[in-house]
Design a protein around this ligand. Structure first.
Ligand code: TYD
Length: 206
């Protein structure tokens, strides 16, 4: 494996999409050979799994099914897109990865980190991220900043109590895994972007 895998994590409305756009501009300017992808989805099969997971009509989906579908989408994306890119030496930037499952399904849904780890063995073993950027902003602050939710998919329909658990979960994971770097997002989007870029520099990613 020659390339590096960098993942982005955070609660709903944490500004991941904005930060990924700003990061892409910096990587483009530097002429870095990279791909950007997202979870759940990122390949034709994984996007079909995504549609099932996020369908607001699937209210009867049990937590285990949800966790297994995220894991299925992940392993498909890994084999089809991420591994070939890493092997050809590219930098891979992924919008959400295994820590989303640990925080949302393992901690917030209460399935436990061990169960999530067991169904995501590849993503926590050989293909564990080299660095994970956690955009640290509480769901209350994110909601205020955005002036309300912008989507109405099955995950966004969860109440604030659920999203607070996700946030606490991420903070716990950041304490446990040194690869997870918390980035304080209370400044402007450009300030946050600069902090992320510094981490890329300090860790020899670019
Ligand atoms: P998406 O529209 O991509 O949201 P965002 O812009 O916030 O990343 O939807 C992904 C949703 O799926 C989001 O609510 C987080 C959730 N999720 C999990 O619960 N577990 C997972 O393993 C992943 C990858 C995502």
């Amino acid at each position: 494996m020659k390339g590096k895998l960098i993942t982005f994590e955070g609660c709903e409305g944490s500004g991941k999409s904005t930060q990924l756009k700003l990061l892409a501009e910096k990587l483009d300017n530097l002429g870095v050979d990279y791909i950007m992808t997202r979870e759940p989805g990122g390949s034709a099969i994984a996007e079909q799994i995504r549609a099932v997971i996020l369908d607001g009509k699937n209210t009867a989906m049990c937590d285990e099914c949800e966790a297994l579908l995220y894991a299925a989408s992940r392993v498909q994306l890994l084999k089809e897109v991420i591994v070939p890119a890493l092997e050809s030496g590219k930098l891979v930037v992924c919008d959400r990865y295994v820590d989303s499952s640990l925080a949302y399904q393992g901690i917030a849904r209460g399935l436990g980190e061990d169960f999530i780890a067991s169904i995501n063995a590849a993503a926590l073993g050989k293909y564990s991220p080299d660095m994970t950027i956690f955009l640290d902003i509480s769901p209350e602050d994110a909601f205020r900043r955005k002036n309300g939710a912008d989507k109405d998919d099955r995950m966004e329909q969860q109440g604030m109590a659920f999203h607070k658990k996700v946030y606490q979960g991420y903070r716990r994971l950041a304490e446990k895994y040194p690869r997870i770097r918390s980035v304080d997002c209370s400044g402007t989007k450009y300030e946050t972007s600069d902090k992320i870029w510094q981490l890329f520099r300090q860790n020899g990613i670019v």
